[in-house]
Design a protein around this ligand. Structure first.
Ligand code: NAD
Ligand code: UD1
Length: 337
């Protein structure tokens, strides 16, 4: 298939483009490079041998995006483009609604206009809010979101469901990611957020390479095995492969389906530290600090639907995730420059 990948130079997008190429699909990337570098394109070529067509376009720019649709006869779209920092979304809600909702609407309008009827959308476990107990099942629906970022994901899900009701030929898979971590085993693509990382594994990576001197463990008094928060970490390469299966599935069906993408296993913060220490052979200094406001004790996926509908099961475990995150940060301490 010829697939438009919005946000394709970003963290999950770049890994997905690699896996799509590995499966013989043709990718065209649209990204405004707000949170990524065009150097990623050279890295994708190093890994796959394929030069991917790239447009530096903001998806909110309807005229520019329409040119991309006119020039290419797409079979499908995988939509990653968006802003994703939870804390920032609380401080700048309008930027998040404007980018993640208005941008998506422009994209969906063009899909309908150019009869591109297959979509995979990046949603998040954040749409369950704090309303349900893990393992989280798709059939629970959406809980009460706790920040504007999460709300943009919930609203996008609703928009896509409504497009599906109005267009009989439309087919979409909404993927609810749990916690994507790790990097491609080559160490050529991966994640190094700008500034001080908010998320656990990127933060540990910065500690391991000496950019930060210790990790703060946000609370050790949760009702979990060791008192620290439990999350469902998934290797980004496994997650990327789920997208290939999802877009191929979308090509065979009509209607809108929502699928969790996690490993189904929860690891505590202390267990992740231990796994990263083993993978890097380095000590990770940490101090126990206050709970982070808004955090919940435990979040992990029920993965039956992904397995049954897509045939998707994760292959890489927590040690692979830490080994590959470490390999990437060692080679790219300042990200992909
Ligand atoms: P990322 O920031 O690395 O990638 C997103 C890409 O979109 C970036 O390259 C950015 O430059 C681009 N972009 C942003 N706004 C754009 C616009 N208006 N027009 C064109 N390009 C634009 O993030 P990621 O981690 O790869 O996440 C990809 C998607 O998955 C996002 O929608 C994110 O919300 C979602 N998601 C991520 C996680 C996670 O933990 N990483 C979890 C759940 C869902
Ligand atoms: C993050 C997002 C959430 C998204 C999810 C999956 C935030 C606030 N939330 O949540 O919207 O759906 O990823 O992508 O960004 N921790 C520490 N010290 C740190 C950082 C984290 O102890 O410096 C702990 C947290 O308390 C948590 C665990 O590590 O228990 C994982 O945290 P994080 O990587 O931020 O992911 P989520 O909290 O799941």
């Amino acid at each position: 298939m010829k697939i438009l990948v919005t946000g394709g130079t970003g963290y999950i997008g770049s890994h997905t483009v690699v896996e799509l190429i590995n499966k013989g699909h043709e990718c065209v990337i649209v990204d405004n490079l707000y949170n990524s570098s065009d150097k990623v394109l050279g890295r994708i070529k190093q890994i796959t041998g394929v030069e991917v067509k790239f447009y530096k376009v903001d998806i909110r720019d309807k005229d520019a995006l329409e040119e991309v649709f006119k020039e290419n006869n797409f079979d499908a779209v995988i939509h990653f483009a968006g802003l994703k920092a939870v804390g920032e979304s609380v401080a700048k809600p309008l930027e998040y609604y404007e980018n993640n909702i208005s941008g998506s609407i422009v994209l969906y309008e063009l899909m309908i206009k150019y009869h591109v009827n297959r979509l995979v959308f990046s949603s998040s476990a954040t749409v369950y809010g704090d309303s349900f107990t893990s393992p989280l099942k798709e059939e629970y629906g959406r809980g009460k979101t706790t920040n504007p970022y999460g709300s943009t994901k919930a609203i996008n899900e609703m928009i896509i469901e409504d497009i599906g009701k109005a267009n009989k030929d439309f087919s979409a898979i909404i993927l609810r990611y749990f916690n994507p971590v790790g990097a491609h085993e080559s160490g050529l693509i991966g994640e190094r957020p700008n500034g001080i990382p908010n998320n656990l594994v990127p933060y540990i990576s910065d500690v391991v390479v000496g950019k930060l001197d210790h990790l703060n463990v946000f609370g050790d008094d949760y009702d979990t095995r060791d008192g620290t928060g439990v999350r469902d970490y998934i290797h980004v390469v496994d997650l990327a492969k789920a997208h290939v299966l999802a877009i191929e599935h979308a090509a065979k069906q009509v209607g809108v389906d929502t699928i969790n993408v996690g490993s189904g296993n929860g690891y505590s913060v202390l267990e992740v530290i231990k796994a990263y220490e083993k993978a890097s052979n380095k000590k990770i200094p940490y101090v126990i600090s206050q709970r982070r406001p808004g955090d919940i004790a435990t979040c992990f996926a029920d993965t039956h639907k992904a397995s049954e509908l897509l045939g998707f099961n994760t292959k890489l475990g927590i040690e692979d995730m830490c080994k590959d995150a470490y390999n990437f940060i060692k080679k790219n301490p300042n990200g992909i420059e």
